[in-house]
Design a protein around this ligand. Sequence first.
Ligand SMILES: Cc1cc2nc3c(=O)[nH]c(=O)nc-3n(C[C@H](O)[C@H](O)[C@H](O)COP(=O)(O)OP(=O)(O)OC[C@H]3O[C@@H](n4cnc5c(N)ncnc54)[C@H](O)[C@@H]3O)c2cc1C
Length: 352
Amino acid sequence: MKVIVVGAGIIGASIAYNLGRGGAEVTVITDNSANATEASFGWINASFYADDAHHRLRVEGMAAYVRLTDAQPNLPIQMNGALWWEEQGSGLSKMRAALLALGYPVENIGRLAALEREPELRDLPDELLLFPSEGVAEAGALAAALLAASGARLVSGVRVNGIVEKAGAVCGVETQMGFMAADKVIVAAGNGAPDMLASVDVALPMLVRPGAMVTTRPIMGKIRSVLVTPDGEARQLPDGRIMASAAANHQGDSADEVYEKADEIGERVLGWLNPMIAGTTLEWDSVSLAYRPVPQDGLPAIGHVGPLGLHVAVMHSGVTLAAITGEAVAAEVLGQGGFDALLAPYRPSRFQ
Ligand SMILES: Cc1cc2nc3c(=O)[nH]c(=O)nc-3n(C[C@H](O)[C@H](O)[C@H](O)COP(=O)(O)OP(=O)(O)OC[C@H]3O[C@@H](n4cnc5c(N)ncnc54)[C@H](O)[C@@H]3O)c2cc1C
């Protein structure tokens, strides 16, 4: 079976990897345009969620990463846990109770226990939550590693202008370098998906959700976990740079515009990062802005829609959900079932 996957971000790469393992002949096409994956904070978690079903999907997403790292042990993924102190008092108790009720691993820890995990931190509050099963992926590197392991062909720098259908079934895609034939087409094109899908009258309305990230100059060995503070999230990259979000609770950030200037964002983030980390004065070295691919109701769009053989996989929290999405979309494209109950709330047919 010939499959075209449009998009080489973490979602397209994970789908290509799973399809390759399933024996499909896969070609990935990317125009190297907007790439949320490269800009991502990379936090893998289920402590952020919209509702119980969404929490379950994210927990399944984390379980799929365990299967993925068992099969490919050297991927750039670290499950070192997350420390949460976005709120204190009743806010913290509510968060803990809600997650415990869902059966999620969460521990209440005091400042001293937190310092045992993170000895370089300062000004920690009395009470924190620890989510021991969470972690991070270096999303750009992970996408590249999955693509390399997929055995897929790559057509790079080429724009897909539309899907081509014949007698109610897809037969390929129209690219800026002409027609390419396929038995199945998977649109994993992030914010580029709606235009492409419009060519076969499939609607995928999206929100506009910019997100800014700051990185510092490298400094080794300061942070192990993901830190979820009242000001924003921070973690340390493998090369020593610290990455921090411009917005608090960045995954749920609902602003549709960023009004601050880049250098103001850099200085503001250093304003809370520096007092938190012992023995250093950090400087920022980059501020990056990217757009999260968020379908209009905030939830993922995963599955078949429109002509036979067309599948869609577009979502925010795509790092958390990449491994499970790759498994699910590949299974459905290859005619295997098993994901209907999990994916029922996320079918793209809800927008038609
Ligand atoms: C600032 C920021 C922070 C984030 N933090 C987190 C986080 O902590 N945890 C988490 O789980 N998620 C996070 N996300 C979300 C996550 O990064 C995305 O959901 C995920 O990267 C989406 O991957 P994707 O492969 O669907 O899209 P993308 O990475 O955007 O890739 C889209 C691909 O499609 C290609 N494409 C698009 N249009 C066309 C076309 N017409 N023709 C050919 N190719 C095309 C592009 O070139 C690219 O290869 C964050 C996102 C942002 C922006």
